[in-house]
Design a protein around this ligand. Structure first.
Ligand code: MN
Length: 235
């Protein structure tokens, strides 16, 4: 007999899959920092010079931070500098530890466009104080994500426009070919930190042009060959 829970366990967070009525169950959300040189520079950081020599920096969001594309989300608490970061998201269908980069893409079930929402002022305050900046990244509704398109349909996008607009005005525009650490590099490095598993999502970093969102804003992101993601910020 299985043990009873003292209250009903929460619904499992999940993401829509293109042309499939089934859902992608989200296990964990991993993110990589400073993976486009122009974004590293706008954050006042020197981009990594040799991706093969320097391991990337990772952080996480709770799985239940995922938000379905099309939703309206509240302007978060505790911030006056709420930022958008459009990102390619890799959705893992299998995992493992110490995965060689040459085999890493075999773990990817599909890709989606996502937005790594950030309380930039909390991040800066924590960073400057030498404190963890979890609460600048891992807050409620901080991971909007579009429909996942399977690798079987689109392959592994290595180039293509990645862009975000706010109220119809383009704020971010880059190209996937500018990733410092490739998706394969990211999976290999992350799998040395933790054993990866089916359901893990990896946000692969944002191009330059990050900036503030305001109540009432309409945010639309796209990753060429992958898909779109859109959210509105509540008033
Ligand atoms: Mn990011």
């Amino acid at each position: 007999m299985s043990a009873a829970f003292i209250f009903p366990p929460p619904l499992w967070p999940s993401v829509a899959i293109a042309h499939d009525p089934r859902r992608f169950p989200v296990r964990r959300i991993f993110c990589i920092a400073l993976n486009y040189a122009a974004h590293a520079r706008e954050m006042g950081k020197e981009p990594a010079k040799d991706a093969s020599a320097e391991p990337p920096v990772f952080f996480t969001k709770p799985a239940d931070a995922v938000v379905e594309s099309g939703a309206t989300i509240p302007y978060p608490t505790l911030t006056n500098d709420f930022h958008h970061e459009i990102e390619l998201v890799a959705a893992l269908g299998s995992g493992g530890a110490d995965i060689p980069a040459g085999q890493a893409l075999n773990c990817v079930f599909g890709y989606a466009a996502g937005i790594d929402l950030t309380r930039r002022d909390l991040q800066a305050t924590a960073r400057n104080a030498g404190r963890p900046w979890d609460m600048s990244k891992g807050f409620d509704y901080s991971a909007p994500i579009g429909t996942i398109r399977p690798v079987a349909a689109i392959g592994h996008p290595a180039r293509g426009r990645i862009a975000l607009s706010v109220n119809g005005v383009v704020r971010q525009a880059g190209d996937l070919s500018d990733l410092i650490w490739s998706v394969a590099d990211i999976i290999a490095a992350l799998s040395r930190n933790v054993a990866l598993a089916p359901g893990d999502l990896i946000f692969t970093g944002t191009p330059s042009g990050v900036g503030p969102l305001l109540p009432g804003d309409r945010v639309e992101g796209e990753v060429e060959h992958v898909g779109t993601v859109a959210v509105s910020i509540g008033k």
